[in-house]
Design a protein around this ligand. Structure first.
Ligand SMILES: C[S@@+](CC[C@H](N)C(=O)[O-])C[C@H]1O[C@@H](n2cnc3c(N)ncnc32)[C@H](O)[C@@H]1O
Length: 315
């Protein structure tokens, strides 16, 4: 089956939603994508942007969205904490929905909660004035904690969580929890004009705009090159806000090789392959299109690092 996937997930990394996108509504952790569909149908004047960390869920939602022929849905694959910051302009989103986020109840997992550390402030900076954050959860303490975090910014008016209120749409997880007799808590936090901190999250610019590749000026050749490629396995690099680890190396017959890399930028983890291509004595290193990583500082540093290792200038 042929999918015109670029309509749904814009080709990386040319994503930045803002003034030119019109009215924007975002959903964090869209799961199977049914609520995104509901949003797209009920808010036809808006661009509905879904953010989801699970690749499998992105694939399922893309399939649904294409079947629906919705041209106002866009999907972003990755950690919402990172993508909200870098894929949206400040004050660009009119509403954010988060339905049944994983609560990560154990102490040792609390860092994984979407609402941890600066999330309310980040949302404040990305929502337009009068914009709203909507949470639904079956976990009472999660709703309480989120409400507290939003109120503490001084930039939101959040009413106490409502128990078993009327809902316009019931998602897969909501159906599941209701069937088990659980209570559902909803919270709506409205962005007010002023934040207590009187500041916005500093506009740091898009760290992953543009495709990056490196051409090696004086490349190693023959056995030296193969040894240098193999030697990448197990290397680690670290820089401001990022870490990248070089894992398995797959050397091809005709000189092309793939190197598996795991990078983390401000906690945003990506798994991808570097492709090393030889052509008429020239060698290029790029991020392979299959993994479609965002070209974050960590990904770009991995490309530069591999290029440096394969250059005769740096022996
Ligand atoms: C319990 S499911 C709820 C799915 C859907 N919203 C529903 O109500 O049926 C939580 C979803 O959040 C996604 N998720 C978890 N952490 C995330 C993050 N940091 N960024 C984006 N999505 C995340 C998970 O992959 C999962 O699909």
């Amino acid at each position: 089956m042929y999918w015109n996937f670029s309509q749904i997930a814009p080709p990386q990394p040319a994503v930045r939603f803002g003034a030119k996108s019109g009215r924007i509504v975002a959903e964090i952790g869209f799961g199977n994508g049914e609520f995104l569909q509901y949003l797209a149908k009920s808010k036809t004047d808006s661009l509905v942007v879904g953010i989801e960390i699970s690749q499998w869920c992105v694939t399922k939602a893309a399939r649904r969205s294409l079947a629906l022929r919705a041209d106002n849905i866009r999907l972003l694959h990755g950690d919402a904490r990172y993508l909200l910051k870098y894929a949206f302009e400040p004050e660009s989103i009119s509403e954010v929905f988060m339905n049944f986020p994983c609560p990560w109840p154990k102490k040792r997992h609390e860092e994984r909660r979407v609402t941890r550390g600066g999330f309310a402030r980040l949302l404040w900076s990305r929502l337009e004035e009068g914009g709203a954050f909507n949470l639904a959860t079956d976990v009472d303490w999660y709703a309480e904690a989120a409400g507290k975090a939003f109120s503490e910014t001084g930039g939101f008016a959040a009413s106490p969580p409502e128990r078993n209120g009327l809902r316009d749409y019931v998602t897969k997880y909501e159906r599941k929890w209701r069937a088990m007799g659980r209570d559902i808590y909803t919270l709506r936090a409205l962005k007010t004009a002023i934040s207590a901190e009187g500041e916005k999250i500093v506009e740091e610019g898009m760290p992953f705009i543009g495709e990056h590749e490196a051409e090696i000026s004086r490349p190693l050749a023959g056995r030296d090159l193969r040894a240098a490629v193999a030697g990448l396995e197990g290397e680690n690099i670290e820089g401001p806000g990022y870490i990248a680890v070089f894992r398995d190396v797959f050397a091809g017959e005709r000189g092309d090789s793939l190197v598996k890399v795991i990078s983390t930028d401000e906690g945003f983890e990506q798994h991808f392959y570097l492709r090393i291509r030889e052509n008429s004595g020239k060698i290029k290193v790029s991020a392979d299109a299959v993994g479609k990583p965002y070209h974050t500082p960590g990904v770009r540093a991995a490309i530069r690092h591999a290029a440096k290792r394969l250059s005769a200038t740096h022996i």
